[in-house]
Design a protein around this ligand. Structure first.
Ligand code: HPA
Ligand code: MG
Length: 217
């Protein structure tokens, strides 16, 4: 599989000035830099879609979208998988979709516990599961989720995470498919939130002190 193949955003990458890209007026003073513009997110997802279809050898996929943060990545990834499938002369991979809701963050800190909401109704038994997640930070959430999923006896579980935070892993966990490896900074946008704000921002950005204060709970 394609773990080694991701875009690395280095620690000394400054990012792009928010004034040189389009961000909503209501967040203009709350962001430091854009670190991954929306267009680059889309380009990277297209390649992940291609890798996933190639690795599936025509077997059906059950995508499990991790709400809420994973909804944009899931939607764009499945759209692009559908395109790859349409262009495939043979070996296309049929896709089913399940949703799981998990909550583990308060302010910018992991609460240390993971709550899986409505996991029991998941139809994953004997399926080739593709977990679709926005970000892997400590790896604890994913480990817990994988334990739960495994207990439902899937045929196979693969994980696609748009982001992987460098240096914060407590578990050494690495996803099968990763969009970008990023510095250890709190990021928002493209459905990633800070206390439910910033999901309505298309670029992935680093939040500033003003934003942290303004939207803290
Ligand atoms: N941003 C948003 N949600 C998160 C992050 C982050 O940096 N890390 C873990 N969940
Ligand atoms: Mg969140």
């Amino acid at each position: 599989m394609s773990t080694a193949n991701f875009i690395k955003i280095s620690d000394d990458f400054e990012g792009y000035d928010t004034a040189s890209l389009s961000v909503p007026y209501h967040y203009e003073n709350d962001l430091d830099k854009v670190i991954i513009p929306y267009g680059l997110i889309q380009d990277r997802i297209e390649k992940i879609a291609k890798d996933i279809v190639l690795d599936s050898f025509g077997e059906p996929i059950t995508a499990v979208c991790i709400l809420k943060g994973g909804y944009k990545f899931c939607s764009d990834l499945l759209d692009k998988i559908n395109v790859v499938n349409r262009l495939q002369a043979k070996g296309s991979a049929p896709v089913k979709l399940e949703f799981v809701r998990i909550k583990s963050y308060v302010n910018e800190k992991s609460s240390g516990t993971v709550e899986i909401i409505d996991g029991a109704s998941l139809d994953v038994k004997d399926k080739n599961v593709l977990v679709i997640e926005d970000i892997i930070d400590t790896g604890r959430t994913m480990k817990k989720l994988l334990n739960t999923l495994t207990s439902y006896n899937p045929k196979q579980v693969r994980v696609a995470s748009l982001l992987l935070k460098r240096g914060t892993s407590l578990t050494g966990y690495k996803p099968d498919y990763c969009g970008f490896e990023i510095p250890d900074k709190f990021v928002v946008g493209y459905a990633l939130d800070y206390n439910e704000y910033f999901r309505d921002l298309n670029h992935i950005c680093v939040i500033n002190e003003n934003g942290i204060k303004k939207y803290s709970v």
